[in-house]
Design a protein around this ligand. Structure first.
Ligand code: JD8
Length: 262
Protein backbone atom coordinates (compact mmCIF):
# COMPACT_ATOMS: atom_id res chain seq x y z
CA UNK A 1 0.00 0.00 0.00
CA UNK A 2 1.07 3.57 -0.71
CA UNK A 3 0.29 6.29 1.82
CA UNK A 4 0.97 9.92 0.83
CA UNK A 5 0.67 12.66 3.47
CA UNK A 6 0.47 16.28 2.28
CA UNK A 7 1.45 18.95 4.82
CA UNK A 8 3.40 22.15 5.40
CA UNK A 9 4.82 20.60 8.62
CA UNK A 10 7.06 17.85 7.24
CA UNK A 11 9.05 17.20 10.42
CA UNK A 12 5.92 16.80 12.51
CA UNK A 13 4.65 14.01 10.25
CA UNK A 14 7.94 12.40 9.16
CA UNK A 15 9.24 12.31 12.76
CA UNK A 16 6.13 10.62 14.11
CA UNK A 17 6.03 7.96 11.41
CA UNK A 18 9.72 7.01 11.69
CA UNK A 19 9.28 4.89 14.85
CA UNK A 20 7.34 1.92 16.11
CA UNK A 21 5.04 -0.39 14.17
CA UNK A 22 4.71 2.08 11.28
CA UNK A 23 8.47 2.31 10.68
CA UNK A 24 8.81 -1.47 10.97
CA UNK A 25 6.08 -1.86 8.35
CA UNK A 26 7.98 0.61 6.13
CA UNK A 27 11.22 -1.36 6.63
CA UNK A 28 9.44 -4.61 5.70
CA UNK A 29 7.98 -3.07 2.53
CA UNK A 30 4.41 -3.48 3.84
CA UNK A 31 3.70 0.21 3.24
CA UNK A 32 5.41 2.86 1.11
CA UNK A 33 4.91 6.08 3.05
CA UNK A 34 5.78 9.49 1.59
CA UNK A 35 5.42 12.94 3.10
CA UNK A 36 4.94 15.77 0.59
CA UNK A 37 5.70 19.44 1.20
CA UNK A 38 2.69 21.39 -0.05
CA UNK A 39 4.98 24.39 -0.66
CA UNK A 40 6.86 22.38 -3.33
CA UNK A 41 3.68 22.65 -5.40
CA UNK A 42 3.34 26.45 -5.33
CA UNK A 43 4.50 28.66 -8.22
CA UNK A 44 5.34 31.99 -6.59
CA UNK A 45 8.68 33.09 -5.15
CA UNK A 46 7.32 33.06 -1.56
CA UNK A 47 5.81 29.54 -1.90
CA UNK A 48 2.47 30.90 -0.69
CA UNK A 49 -0.11 28.34 0.47
CA UNK A 50 -2.67 30.67 2.11
CA UNK A 51 -4.68 33.80 1.38
CA UNK A 52 -7.32 36.01 3.01
CA UNK A 53 -10.89 34.65 3.22
CA UNK A 54 -13.47 35.88 0.70
CA UNK A 55 -16.18 37.63 2.69
CA UNK A 56 -13.66 38.94 5.21
CA UNK A 57 -12.98 37.91 8.77
CA UNK A 58 -9.95 36.84 10.75
CA UNK A 59 -7.31 34.31 9.79
CA UNK A 60 -6.17 32.83 6.52
CA UNK A 61 -7.50 30.08 4.26
CA UNK A 62 -5.40 27.52 2.40
CA UNK A 63 -5.38 28.00 -1.37
CA UNK A 64 -6.78 25.15 -3.50
CA UNK A 65 -4.22 25.04 -6.33
CA UNK A 66 -1.23 23.56 -4.42
CA UNK A 67 -3.44 20.69 -3.14
CA UNK A 68 -4.61 19.88 -6.69
CA UNK A 69 -1.06 20.04 -8.02
CA UNK A 70 0.41 17.75 -5.35
CA UNK A 71 -2.29 15.08 -5.85
CA UNK A 72 -1.75 15.23 -9.64
CA UNK A 73 2.01 14.78 -9.06
CA UNK A 74 1.38 11.79 -6.76
CA UNK A 75 -0.87 10.15 -9.36
CA UNK A 76 1.55 10.85 -12.21
CA UNK A 77 4.36 9.17 -10.25
CA UNK A 78 2.43 5.90 -9.78
CA UNK A 79 -1.27 5.46 -10.58
CA UNK A 80 -3.36 3.32 -8.20
CA UNK A 81 -6.63 1.58 -9.02
CA UNK A 82 -8.28 1.81 -5.59
CA UNK A 83 -7.48 5.18 -4.05
CA UNK A 84 -8.93 7.51 -1.42
CA UNK A 85 -8.07 11.20 -1.05
CA UNK A 86 -8.94 12.04 2.55
CA UNK A 87 -9.25 15.61 3.81
CA UNK A 88 -8.80 15.87 7.58
CA UNK A 89 -11.30 18.39 8.93
CA UNK A 90 -13.57 18.82 11.97
CA UNK A 91 -16.43 18.90 9.41
CA UNK A 92 -15.71 15.28 8.39
CA UNK A 93 -17.18 11.95 9.36
CA UNK A 94 -15.79 10.67 12.64
CA UNK A 95 -12.92 8.21 12.08
CA UNK A 96 -13.40 4.71 13.53
CA UNK A 97 -12.10 1.13 13.26
CA UNK A 98 -14.50 0.32 10.42
CA UNK A 99 -13.07 3.22 8.41
CA UNK A 100 -9.53 2.01 9.18
CA UNK A 101 -10.41 -1.47 7.86
CA UNK A 102 -11.87 0.02 4.69
CA UNK A 103 -8.84 2.26 4.06
CA UNK A 104 -6.47 -0.68 4.70
CA UNK A 105 -8.03 -2.40 1.67
CA UNK A 106 -6.96 0.34 -0.76
CA UNK A 107 -3.87 0.55 -2.98
CA UNK A 108 -3.29 4.20 -2.11
CA UNK A 109 -4.34 6.58 0.65
CA UNK A 110 -3.67 10.32 0.21
CA UNK A 111 -4.09 12.39 3.38
CA UNK A 112 -4.46 16.16 3.01
CA UNK A 113 -3.53 18.25 6.08
CA UNK A 114 -4.58 21.87 6.37
CA UNK A 115 -3.68 24.60 8.84
CA UNK A 116 -4.94 28.13 9.62
CA UNK A 117 -8.73 28.66 9.54
CA UNK A 118 -9.17 25.83 7.07
CA UNK A 119 -8.96 24.89 3.38
CA UNK A 120 -10.75 26.37 0.36
CA UNK A 121 -13.98 24.33 0.08
CA UNK A 122 -13.23 23.40 -3.56
CA UNK A 123 -10.63 20.93 -2.23
CA UNK A 124 -13.41 19.06 -0.38
CA UNK A 125 -15.78 19.39 -3.35
CA UNK A 126 -13.54 18.47 -6.28
CA UNK A 127 -10.39 16.74 -4.99
CA UNK A 128 -11.09 14.83 -1.77
CA UNK A 129 -13.07 11.59 -2.01
CA UNK A 130 -14.04 11.93 1.67
CA UNK A 131 -13.73 14.22 4.68
CA UNK A 132 -12.67 12.68 8.00
CA UNK A 133 -12.55 14.07 11.54
CA UNK A 134 -10.64 12.60 14.48
CA UNK A 135 -13.33 13.61 16.99
CA UNK A 136 -15.27 16.41 18.59
CA UNK A 137 -12.39 18.58 19.78
CA UNK A 138 -10.48 21.38 18.06
CA UNK A 139 -6.95 20.78 16.75
CA UNK A 140 -4.76 23.41 15.12
CA UNK A 141 -4.35 21.46 11.89
CA UNK A 142 -4.93 18.12 10.18
CA UNK A 143 -1.54 16.53 10.92
CA UNK A 144 -2.34 14.84 14.26
CA UNK A 145 -5.55 13.44 12.76
CA UNK A 146 -3.62 12.16 9.72
CA UNK A 147 -1.09 10.44 12.01
CA UNK A 148 -3.93 8.67 13.82
CA UNK A 149 -5.38 7.49 10.49
CA UNK A 150 -1.95 6.23 9.33
CA UNK A 151 -1.34 4.26 12.56
CA UNK A 152 -4.81 2.72 12.65
CA UNK A 153 -4.59 1.74 8.96
CA UNK A 154 -0.99 0.49 8.78
CA UNK A 155 -1.32 -1.87 11.75
CA UNK A 156 -4.11 -3.69 9.86
CA UNK A 157 -1.96 -4.37 6.77
CA UNK A 158 -0.83 -8.00 6.39
CA UNK A 159 2.69 -8.33 7.84
CA UNK A 160 2.62 -5.08 9.83
CA UNK A 161 2.26 -6.74 13.23
CA UNK A 162 4.12 -9.72 14.63
CA UNK A 163 2.16 -12.83 15.61
CA UNK A 164 1.03 -10.94 18.76
CA UNK A 165 -1.44 -8.96 16.70
CA UNK A 166 -2.26 -11.28 13.82
CA UNK A 167 -5.67 -12.17 15.25
CA UNK A 168 -6.73 -8.54 15.59
CA UNK A 169 -7.81 -8.08 12.01
CA UNK A 170 -10.86 -10.26 12.62
CA UNK A 171 -14.36 -8.84 12.90
CA UNK A 172 -14.49 -9.08 16.71
CA UNK A 173 -11.83 -6.42 17.12
CA UNK A 174 -13.09 -3.17 18.57
CA UNK A 175 -16.29 -4.58 20.05
CA UNK A 176 -15.17 -4.58 23.69
CA UNK A 177 -12.65 -2.66 25.77
CA UNK A 178 -9.50 -4.51 26.77
CA UNK A 179 -9.12 -6.35 30.08
CA UNK A 180 -6.66 -4.95 32.68
CA UNK A 181 -3.00 -5.85 32.19
CA UNK A 182 -0.32 -6.45 34.86
CA UNK A 183 3.40 -7.25 34.86
CA UNK A 184 6.09 -7.84 37.53
CA UNK A 185 6.42 -7.32 40.43
CA UNK A 186 3.44 -9.35 41.71
CA UNK A 187 3.16 -6.92 44.64
CA UNK A 188 4.13 -3.28 44.09
CA UNK A 189 3.77 -0.56 46.74
CA UNK A 190 1.22 -2.66 48.59
CA UNK A 191 -0.87 -3.47 45.50
CA UNK A 192 -1.02 -7.09 44.38
CA UNK A 193 -2.07 -8.38 40.97
CA UNK A 194 -5.28 -10.47 40.84
CA UNK A 195 -4.49 -13.94 42.18
CA UNK A 196 -6.00 -15.72 39.17
CA UNK A 197 -3.26 -14.31 36.89
CA UNK A 198 -0.50 -16.08 38.87
CA UNK A 199 -2.54 -19.31 39.33
CA UNK A 200 -1.33 -20.96 36.12
CA UNK A 201 -4.94 -22.06 35.45
CA UNK A 202 -5.36 -20.95 31.84
CA UNK A 203 -9.08 -21.69 31.75
CA UNK A 204 -9.71 -19.44 34.79
CA UNK A 205 -7.40 -16.77 33.35
CA UNK A 206 -9.24 -16.74 30.01
CA UNK A 207 -12.65 -16.46 31.74
CA UNK A 208 -11.35 -13.72 34.11
CA UNK A 209 -10.02 -11.67 31.20
CA UNK A 210 -13.23 -12.00 29.25
CA UNK A 211 -15.31 -11.07 32.34
CA UNK A 212 -13.12 -8.01 33.07
CA UNK A 213 -13.33 -6.88 29.43
CA UNK A 214 -17.12 -7.15 29.63
CA UNK A 215 -17.14 -5.36 33.03
CA UNK A 216 -14.99 -2.47 31.76
CA UNK A 217 -17.15 -2.11 28.65
CA UNK A 218 -20.37 -2.18 30.70
CA UNK A 219 -19.09 0.49 33.12
CA UNK A 220 -17.18 2.77 30.71
CA UNK A 221 -18.77 2.28 27.29
CA UNK A 222 -22.30 0.88 27.64
CA UNK A 223 -22.89 1.98 24.02
CA UNK A 224 -20.25 -0.53 22.85
CA UNK A 225 -21.67 -3.33 25.01
CA UNK A 226 -25.17 -2.74 23.63
CA UNK A 227 -23.84 -3.06 20.06
CA UNK A 228 -21.54 -6.05 20.73
CA UNK A 229 -22.38 -9.55 19.50
CA UNK A 230 -22.03 -11.70 22.63
CA UNK A 231 -21.75 -15.47 22.95
CA UNK A 232 -23.85 -17.45 25.43
CA UNK A 233 -20.77 -17.59 27.70
CA UNK A 234 -20.43 -13.78 27.47
CA UNK A 235 -24.09 -13.37 28.45
CA UNK A 236 -23.49 -15.59 31.49
CA UNK A 237 -20.41 -13.53 32.45
CA UNK A 238 -22.43 -10.29 32.16
CA UNK A 239 -25.04 -11.77 34.56
CA UNK A 240 -22.24 -12.62 37.01
CA UNK A 241 -21.02 -9.00 36.83
CA UNK A 242 -24.55 -7.63 37.32
CA UNK A 243 -25.15 -9.91 40.32
CA UNK A 244 -21.85 -8.82 41.87
CA UNK A 245 -22.25 -5.07 41.27
CA UNK A 246 -25.68 -4.60 42.85
CA UNK A 247 -23.87 -4.28 46.19
CA UNK A 248 -22.64 -0.86 45.02
CA UNK A 249 -19.19 0.67 45.53
CA UNK A 250 -17.20 3.02 43.28
CA UNK A 251 -17.35 2.64 39.51
CA UNK A 252 -14.26 1.66 37.53
CA UNK A 253 -13.35 5.25 36.65
CA UNK A 254 -13.87 6.55 40.19
CA UNK A 255 -10.40 6.39 41.75
CA UNK A 256 -11.73 7.63 45.12
CA UNK A 257 -12.41 4.83 47.63
CA UNK A 258 -15.99 4.60 48.80
CA UNK A 259 -16.57 6.28 52.18
CA UNK A 260 -17.51 3.72 54.81
CA UNK A 261 -20.10 5.14 57.26
CA UNK A 262 -20.05 3.53 60.73
C1 JD8 B 1 -7.77 20.31 10.11
C2 JD8 B 1 -7.15 23.86 10.41
C3 JD8 B 1 -7.91 24.44 12.69
C4 JD8 B 1 -10.35 24.25 12.33
C5 JD8 B 1 -10.75 26.88 13.33
C6 JD8 B 1 -8.42 27.10 13.78
C7 JD8 B 1 -9.58 16.81 12.31
N1 JD8 B 1 -10.93 16.38 14.98
C8 JD8 B 1 -10.37 17.55 14.54
N2 JD8 B 1 -10.36 18.68 15.25
N3 JD8 B 1 -9.75 19.63 14.56
C9 JD8 B 1 -9.35 19.15 13.36
C10 JD8 B 1 -8.70 19.99 12.34
C11 JD8 B 1 -8.49 21.36 12.63
C12 JD8 B 1 -7.95 22.18 11.64
C13 JD8 B 1 -7.59 21.67 10.38
C14 JD8 B 1 -8.32 19.48 11.07
C15 JD8 B 1 -7.09 22.75 9.63
N4 JD8 B 1 -7.68 23.52 11.61
C16 JD8 B 1 -9.22 25.21 12.46
C17 JD8 B 1 -11.71 24.94 12.20
C18 JD8 B 1 -11.93 25.97 13.25
N5 JD8 B 1 -9.49 26.15 13.56
C19 JD8 B 1 -9.75 17.80 13.33
N6 JD8 B 1 -9.44 16.04 11.49
Amino acid sequence: MWIDVVTIFLRMVEGSLADGIVQRARDRGVVELRVHDLRDHTEDRHRTVDDAPFGGGPGMVMKPEPFFRVVEAIRADAPAAREAVVLLTPRGRRFDQEAARRLAGLDRLVLLCGRYEGIDERVADALATEEVSLGDFVLTGGEVAALAVVEATVRLLPGALGDSGSAEADSFEGQLLDWPHYTRPATWRGRSVPEVLVSGDHGRIRRWRRREALRATRERRPDLLAAARLSAEDEALVREIEDGSRAGGPGALDKTPAVIHK
